[in-house]
Ligand binder design. Structure first.
Ligand code: C2E
Ligand code: SIN
Ligand code: SIN
Ligand code: FE
Length: 441
């Protein structure tokens, strides 16, 4: 992507579109100087095109919404902005940026108090008006809206934050079918000298065009998210069927998968591999479908014979998943086969040793045992968090890859958080059905 920007490499004021790891907390200075002159039409088209490409490449929903708002503000040199998505007859606050308040409140504080707020779509509010009519509102002074207008400016945000909204540009995000699927609200355009001015009329069409590209990207990201959610739901249900034949314990599987991802992240592995592990690990015990209830749900200790039967869940799982095309299933297969191998070669089914055990298998082994220790099973009670941690640490270099145990240790704050969050089975199940397919970045 980088070469596409022409001057991007030498001009620090160019937009951050396409840069990986982009975050909203740009300094105010950078935001103000990011368009130190009006672009000519050719430049604008080029820029729009670049933004379109960047948007279509971002499949993470949260990051995408952030990027859309950032780019719209950048285009118009707006000091602040809010992005709403439409949910039936309501608008939902998704992202709010405010350069002035982020200086005052510190990084990341600007949006917290309004996030997840739903407002009904009525023509009385500015965003509601745009959502209802599909019209752009370009308002030079929020406090000088003529009394006869259908819409009014709600000064609650200003009052609460000691902010002064002046100029406003409210633009619908329209889908290809011309439905309004979101609203961009930009606040306080600035001129070259940093003075607050009305939004230039030329911005209306540009932002409208940007917003429609954003709408397409948003739809696609939603679809991606839905597919991931469907995938996760499916494997959870399959794993429940295979292993527990009981929905209550689905929480264990979810937790194990979150632990695995936390360890992978702390290794550190790249974000896409972490996500693959998150998605592949829930199926590690799918082979328990081939183990009889009598053994699986035996309240006491297994006999040697029963344990020999139980060990087959690794090879049965691998056989079920073998030959699948999808990379995530190939990874599941590898994990199913390797998650009971041990670093010192004393594990099963093959007795492989050290780095010959695939890394995802070594990571999941730590997560699996930790969760087994810290949870109640039909054959044993739960042990306290700290004791389970101590047993995992003792296993470094024997049962476990020492690097994975070190990553586990680094990930402990997150592991503790997952442990606490999914502790209560009932609450955990509610979380499961509402859960986004991946933890927040
Ligand atoms: P699981 O319950 O999910 O346990 C996964 C792994 O966690 C175990 O693999 C073992 O390495 C570790 N683990 C579990 N509990 C303890 C513990 O109290 N102390 C220590 N040091 N490690 C523990 P393993 O042993 O290969 O067992 C695989 C599966 O076999 C277990 O999965 C469980 O489903 C079953 N299983 C193992 N032992 C028994 C048992 O005594 N009774 C019954 N009913 N099932 C058992
Ligand atoms: C669980 O942690 O109980 C779910 C998967 C597993 O058996 O480890
Ligand atoms: C449970 O499995 O819900 C009990 C152990 C724990 O707190 O994780
Ligand atoms: Fe297992």
């Amino acid at each position: 992507m980088r070469g596409f920007y022409g001057g991007g490499a030498t001009d620090p004021n160019k937009s951050v579109v396409g840069r990986r790891g982009f975050r909203r907390e740009l300094s105010r200075e950078a935001a103000l100087t990011s368009m130190n002159r009006f672009m000519d039409q050719r430049e604008q088209l080029l820029k729009l095109n670049q933004i379109g490409i960047a948007l279509s490449n971002e499949r993470n929903l949260g990051a995408l919404l952030d990027l859309i708002l950032h780019e719209a503000r950048n285009f118009t040199r707006a000091e602040a902005g809010t992005l709403f998505t439409r949910h039936g007859e309501h608008l939902k606050f998704e992202v709010a940026h405010n350069d002035v308040l982020s200086e005052k409140l510190g990084r990341g504080n600007t949006a917290r108090h309004i996030r997840d707020t739903l407002i009904p779509i009525t023509k009385q509010s500015l965003a509601g008006y745009t959502a209802a009519t599909g019209e752009v509102l370009n308002i030079p002074d929020a406090y000088a809206i003529p009394a006869e207008s259908e819409y009014r400016f709600n000064d609650e945000y200003d009052r609460r934050n000691g902010f002064r909204t002046q100029s406003l540009l409210v633009v619908p995000m329209k889908s290809v079918q011309d439905e309004v699927i979101g609203v961009l609200q930009l606040l306080n355009a600035r001129d070259e000298g940093g003075k607050i001015v009305p939004f230039d009329r030329r911005f209306e069409m540009l932002v409208l065009s940007l917003a429609s590209q954003a709408a397409v990207a948003y739809r696609n990201a939603c679809l991606t998210q839905e597919i991931k959610q469907a995938y996760l739901d499916t494997i959870l249900r399959l794993s429940i069927a295979a292993e527990y034949r009981d929905t209550d314990t689905a929480v264990h599987i979810r937790r194990m998968s979150l632990y695995s991802a936390a360890i992978a992240e702390a290794m550190p592995l790249p974000a896409d591999e972490v996500e693959q592990i998150l998605f592949a690990s829930p199926m590690h015990d799918i082979g328990k479908i081939g183990v009889s209830d009598r053994i699986l749900q035996k309240p006491g200790k297994l006999t040697e014979e029963e344990f020999a039967e139980m060990k087959k869940h690794t090879t049965i799982g691998a056989a079920i998943l073998d030959g699948a095309e999808a990379p995530v299933l190939k990874l599941s297969c590898e994990i199913a086969l390797a998650h009971h191998e041990k670093w010192d070669g004393s594990g099963y089914p093959a007795g492989v040793k050290g780095a010959d055990i695939p890394l995802p298998g070594r990571i999941v082994a730590v997560a699996d045992v930790f969760d087994a220790l810290a949870s109640a099973r039909c054959y044993k009670p739960a042990m306290p968090f700290e004791k389970a941690v101590a047993i995992v640490e003792e296993g470094a270099g024997k049962h476990f890859d020492p690097d994975c145990v070190a990553a586990f240790r680094r990930a402990l704050p997150k592991i503790r958080q997952i442990y606490d969050e999914y502790r209560d089975e009932a609450a955990g199940m509610l979380k499961l059905s509402a859960a986004a397919p991946f933890p927040a970045r």
